[in-house]
Design a protein around this ligand. Structure first.
Ligand code: GTQ
Length: 345
C-alpha cells in the first residue's frame, strides 16, 4: 500500500486557497475514511455495572425532581465516542431511567425509535399510542418513531428501566426532534394480549391490524418461556436465542435496531462470530461473562456492556447449574437494510 501525500506536503498558500473555496484534498485523509481491511471503530468495549450506577441514579431522584428532568435518565456513554456525545455505539443510545412512585413523565413523541427494557420495580407503566403497557422486570416495550408515549408509576418502590434508542443515527441524519402532547386517553386492545400465544387468536374475527407496530409490549415471561422450550426442544442447539419481531410479518420489531433474548445453558460458553454491527448485552438473570477481544466483563444481573462491530464476542454462563438470560440490542437491521452487514469467521 502506497504512502499517500500529507497535508503538510502542500504549500501553505495552496491549502489556504483551497480552504477559501471550501475545498479539501482527499489523499491526506483517504486512509482514515477508508481504512484497510476493517473499520477502526470509535466504539470501545465498555461495561456499566448496575451496582455502581444504581446509587447514582437514585441520587438523581433526590437531586432533580421529575418536572425538572422530564425524563430522569443517566446516559450510558461510550468513552470511545467522548462522553458528551451520549452514544453507546455509532447508532445506539443507552440510558437508565428512574421513575419514583407517583411520578409522571409527560406525553411526547419523537423521530428516534426507543425501547424500554425493565430493570427493577413494580407498578410503572408506559402508555404508547393509547395502549397502556405495564412494566415488569425483563419486559420489552416499544415506543417506535412518531408514537406518543408517557410514563407513570402507581407502585411504592423506585422503577428503573434501560432505554435503547437509535438517537445517535437519527441525530446524525439531522432528523431528530420531539413534539410535546396532552395526557393520552387509554383505549383497550392490547397487542401483547392479542398475540399472547402463537396459533390461537381472539374470536370471532381476527385480522392483521396492518399497523407498523402491532405489538408494543413483549412480556419477559413469554420470551423466557420461549427460550426454555426452545432449549428443551433442541438440546444440540448452541445459540438459544429469540428475536423480537412484528408478529404479523416476522420482520424485526423496529426498523433500525434489532432486539433479541438469549439463554446460556448452565456452564455454556458461546462464541459469536465477528459481525459488522455493534451490540449491547444486558443481563436479565443469572451470572455471565462477556469477552470482547482481550477484555472480559463479568456481568451480574442488571449489568450492561457493549461491543464494537467487526469483533468476536464470547459469552459464558458463570453458573454450572442455572441458565443465564441476556437481552441483546444491535445494529443488525440497519446494516442489513444498507447492505453493509457482514459476518466474519
Ligand atoms: O422516555 O421518552 O432515555 O425521550 C431519552 C429520550 C428516554 C423517553 C430517553 C427520551 C426518553
Amino acid at each position: 500500500m502506497n504512502e499517500l501525500g500529507r497535508l503538510e506536503d502542500l504549500p501553505a498558500d495552496y491549502r489556504e486557497a483551497l480552504s477559501r473555496q471550501n475545498l479539501v484534498p482527499l489523499w491526506p485523509s483517504l486512509r482514515a475514511v477508508l481504512p484497510p481491511g476493517k473499520p477502526q471503530p470509535r466504539t470501545r468495549a465498555t461495561h456499566w455495572p448496575y451496582e455502581a450506577l444504581r446509587p447514582l441514579l437514585l441520587q438523581a431522584g433526590e437531586l432533580t425532581p421529575i418536572e425538572k428532568a422530564e425524563r430522569r435518565v443517566l446516559v450510558l456513554a461510550n468513552p470511545g465516542h467522548g462522553l458528551e456525545k451520549m452514544q453507546a455505539s455509532a447508532a445506539m443510545y443507552l440510558g437508565m431511567q428512574l421513575l419514583l412512585p407517583g411520578e409522571w413523565a409527560p406525553s411526547h413523541r419523537h423521530t428516534p425509535n426507543a425501547v424500554r427494557m425493565v430493570v427493577e420495580g413494580e407498578g410503572a407503566w408506559t402508555t404508547v399510542d393509547g395502549e397502556k403497557c405495564t412494566m415488569q422486570r425483563g419486559d420489552l416495550i416499544l415506543t417506535p418513531t412518531g408514537l406518543w408515549h408517557e410514563h407513570g408509576h402507581d407502585g411504592t418502590e423506585p422503577v428503573v428501566w434501560l432505554d435503547v434508542l437509535d438517537l445517535p443515527l437519527v441525530y446524525y441524519m439531522e432528523a431528530s426532534y420531539h413534539v410535546d402532547g396532552q395526557r393520552q386517553t387509554q383505549h383497550p386492545g392490547r397487542g401483547d394480549r392479542a398475540y399472547a400465544r402463537g396459533g390461537v387468536v381472539p374470536m370471532p374475527v381476527f385480522e392483521r391490524s396492518r399497523k407498523a407496530y402491532p405489538m408494543l409490549r413483549y412480556p419477559w415471561a413469554d420470551a423466557r418461556a420461549a427460550l426454555e422450550s426452545l432449549a428443551a426442544d433442541q438440546p444440540a442447539l448452541d445459540a438459544v436465542q429469540v428475536r423480537y419481531v412484528n408478529p404479523e410479518t416476522g420482520a424485526d420489531a423496529q426498523n433500525i435496531l434489532g432486539y433479541s433474548a438469549l439463554m446460556l445453558r448452565p456452564g455454556q460458553t458461546l462464541a459469536l462470530p465477528a459481525r459488522s454491527p455493534a451490540a449491547v448485552f444486558h443481563l436479565i438473570e443469572g451470572a455471565a461473562s462477556v469477552q470482547v477481544e482481550d477484555q472480559r466483563f463479568r456481568l451480574a444481573a442488571a449489568d450492561t456492556c457493549c461491543a464494537p462491530g467487526y469483533t468476536a464476542v464470547t459469552l459464558a454462563n458463570a453458573s454450572a447449574d442455572r441458565p443465564a438470560f441476556l437481552f441483546i440490542a444491535d445494529e443488525t437491521p440497519l446494516h442489513q437494510k444498507l447492505g453493509v452487514f457482514e459476518t466474519r469467521a
